[in-house]
Write a protein that binds this ligand. Sequence first.
Ligand SMILES: NC(=O)C1=CN([C@@H]2O[C@H](COP(=O)(O)OP(=O)(O)OC[C@H]3O[C@@H](n4cnc5c(N)ncnc54)[C@H](O)[C@@H]3O)[C@@H](O)[C@H]2O)C=CC1
Ligand SMILES: O=C(O)[C@@H]1CCC=N1
Length: 278
Amino acid sequence: MQINKKITFLGAGSMAEAIIGGLISRDIVAPHSITAANLQDQKRLNYIKETYKIKTQANRLEATDSADIIILAMKPKNFHDAISHIKHVISKDQLIVSVIAGIPTSQIEETLGEDIPVIRTMPNTSAKVGESASAICRGKHATDAHLFTVETLFNAIGTVSIVEEAQMDAVTGIAGSGPAYFYYMIEAMEKAGCEAGLSEEQTHELVRQTIIGVGKRLQNTSKSPKELYQEVMSPGGTTEAGIHTLAKHHFQETVQEAVGNAVTRSKELGQSLPTIQK
Ligand SMILES: NC(=O)C1=CN([C@@H]2O[C@H](COP(=O)(O)OP(=O)(O)OC[C@H]3O[C@@H](n4cnc5c(N)ncnc54)[C@H](O)[C@@H]3O)[C@@H](O)[C@H]2O)C=CC1
Ligand SMILES: O=C(O)[C@@H]1CCC=N1
């Protein structure tokens, strides 16, 4: 299903690129219907324009004014300046979609004016290959139709869970930040592979395929993670030796603490921003 709306990305960084890449490769939005704008980085806009054949716009007001859907894809610290700059050209006929971590819909609504529909989302960078685990929630002025539009857009870049806004910080800690935890672990496994005598190329290939295999296996089994790792572990074998070391260093508790800290940080991001004058 193609969405016949003009979409402007305010912010043209990693996350915007991942979503644009997913939307275009799945043919959900025509490239000429997408515009990207950022904060004075013409080189980056040129790259995005050439790579995805979309439009770019140096003037953020024009980019905002001409869009049906405006996707806020700047860092939380830039949210204040970004919204202050564009808010006078936003109308209630437009839909604001935020991918910004931590910022509640109420904060966006209060800044923009009472009737502006807002949908808050949390995708992840696997959007670029159509495999994001995204969650979306609606602000108080967003209708079912708005939610459906955003669900359709984000379905093009992976799976979509509709959640309560109170759950968004948890989503951010698990799925928004999630890819980074796995890449961090992959980096460690690659270092270990080289130390154990494999070439960089060999270790890269082996680790990558191991992760892909785990992902596909998870998609095709009803077994729990415990059952799955126990399946790998022979008593007195190699895996037991490895898992024993992870357990000795409290690996699972560390991961739980890491996710917990990411969730806390998401909450803090929403609280630490200055109030914007209307
Ligand atoms: N990178 C990730 O894995 C994920 C990021 N997010 C959220 O997406 C947002 C963007 O993150 P990244 O793409 O990683 O950041 P990034 O640093 O790669 O890109 C930020 C973009 O915002 C632009 N920008 C800054 N101030 C602006 C302004 N006033 N008006 C318009 N554009 C402005 C910058 O020029 C840049 O193009 C953040 O709020 C983050 O919380 C959400 C999910 C995952
Ligand atoms: O690190 C961050 O703040 C963003 C939000 C989720 C993933 N990256």
